[in-house]
Design a binder for this molecule. Structure first.
Ligand code: SD4
Length: 325
C-alpha cells in the first residue's frame, strides 16, 4: 500500500472511530478473514460446491474471472436448487426467467436479464462482456444472442418447480418468505494468485415474480460490483431493496474509504433498515464482500444467511452476523 493510501485508510478509520465508538478499527478488520490469496467466497450453503468448482482454476494460478464463471455454473446446473438456473422457480405465469452478471479485473462487465431457456446465463453474460460492445442484453435479444453463440435451448421448468408453482397458484400470495423462497441466488467473488479480483452473480430471481421482473442480480452496482483497486461485493435476497441502495457499489466505495468488508456490508444493511423501516422485518438481504488483500466479510438483515469460503487453508461455511440478531 502506498504511503498516501495507508494514510487515507488509517485516517478515515481513525476519524470514524472517534465519531462513533462502535465503528471498526484496523485490528478487528481481520476478524472475518486473514489476508490471503487465492481465495473464493460465495453465498449460501451451495457455495461450498460452487467454490469447489472454482478452486482448480485458482489453484492452477488461473484468472479469477474464469474461476467465478466455472464456480457458479455448478449451481446453475443443479436441478434441486430452486433459485438458480435449471430447476429455478418460475414467475407467476410459469416461465423460468434468469438473470446473471460477471465482472473481471479490468472492470469489464457483462450481463443478461429476463433470459429464458438457457441453462447457463453466466456464460452468456461472459460472452456479452467478451464479444460485444455492450454490457447488458435482455429477454428475446439475450436468448437470440445465446443461440447464435451456440448455447443449447432447453426447458428449465423441472417437474418439482412446476408442482411448486401450481401449488402457489392456489393462493397467488406474493410475499417472499425470508430465507426460503428467495435464498438460493449465488454470488461469488474471487481473488486469484496474481492479486486480481472478479465476481459473478446468477439467479432465477424471486419466485412467483411478475413476468418481466428483473432483480438486482444482473445489475452492475446492485447485485455485483468489482473494483480491482479496492474490492468486490455481491448481494442476495429481495433484490428490489438492493437496487434501491445500489448495494454492491456502495459496499465497494465504503471499502475504498477504509471500511473492512464486514463493516461495509453492515453499513449497507443498516442503510436498508434506516430507509425502509416499514419493510425490513419482512425481507431478507445479505451482502458479501472481499477486499483486494483477501479479507472478507458478510452481513444480513436477518439471521440465516451463510457463506462459503475456500482458500489454501480454509474450506468452510460461515454464519453471517445480522441486524436483527
Ligand atoms: C432477486 N436477489 O432476484 C435475487 C434473489 C436472490 O437469494 O438473491 N435470492 O431479487
Amino acid at each position: 500500500m502506498s504511503g498516501r493510501r495507508k494514510f487515507i485508510k488509517s485516517g478515515v478509520l481513525g476519524g470514524l472511530a472517534l465519531g462513533a465508538g462502535s465503528l471498526p478499527t484496523l485490528s478487528c478488520a481481520r476478524e472475518q478473514g486473514d489476508s490471503q490469496k487465492p481465495v473464493v467466497i460465495s453465498t449460501w450453503r451451495h457455495g461450498m460446491e460452487a467454490n469447489a468448482g472454482a478452486w482448480p482454476i485458482l489453484a492452477a494460478n488461473g484468472r479469477a474471472v474464469d474461476a467465478v464463471e466455472k464456480g457458479v455454473m455448478v449451481t446453475e446446473a443443479d436441478p434441486n436448487n430452486s433459485t438458480v438456473g435449471i430447476g429455478g422457480f418460475p414467475d407467476r405465469d410459469g416461465n423460468v426467467t434468469l438473470d446473471a452478471c460477471i465482472m473481471d479485473e479490468f472492470e469489464n462487465c457483462g450481463s443478461v436479464a429476463f433470459l429464458q431457456n438457457i441453462k447457463h446465463p453466466i456464460s452468456v453474460a461472459r460472452k456479452v462482456m467478451d464479444d460485444t460492445p455492450h454490457v447488458m442484453l435482455v429477454g428475446e435479444g439475450a436468448r437470440r444472442f445465446a443461440v447464435e453463440k451456440g448455447f443449447k435451448e432447453e426447458n428449465l421448468l423441472t417437474p418439482k418447480a412446476e408442482k411448486a408453482w401450481k401449488k402457489w397458484l392456489t393462493t397467488k400470495n406474493y410475499k417472499p418468505i425470508i430465507n426460503v423462497e428467495n435464498h438460493d441466488t449465488i454470488g461469488m467473488l474471487a481473488l486469484d494468485s496474481n492479486g486480481n479480483l472478479s465476481g459473478a452473480c446468477t439467479t432465477s430471481g424471486a419466485a412467483w415474480k411478475m413476468h418481466g421482473r428483473v432483480g438486482d442480480s444482473p445489475i452492475i452496482g446492485a447485485g455485483l460490483f468489482v473494483d480491482n483497486e479496492v474490492g468486490a461485493a455481491t448481494a442476495t435476497g429481495l433484490g428490489e431493496f438492493v437496487i434501491k441502495i445500489c448495494g454492491a457499489h456502495m459496499i465497494v466505495e465504503l471499502m475504498r474509504q477504509g471500511y473492512p468488508p464486514m463493516e461495509a456490508c453492515k453499513e449497507a444493511v443498516e442503510r436498508i433498515v434506516r430507509k425502509y423501516k416499514k419493510d425490513y422485518m419482512d425481507l431478507q438481504v445479505g451482502f458479501l464482500a472481499l477486499s483486494k488483500s483477501g479479507e472478507y466479510g458478510a452481513h444480513a438483515i436477518h439471521k440465516g444467511f451463510d457463506y462459503a469460503v475456500k482458500s489454501n487453508s480454509q474450506n468452510e461455511l460461515i454464519d453471517a452476523k445480522s441486524y436483527t440478531g
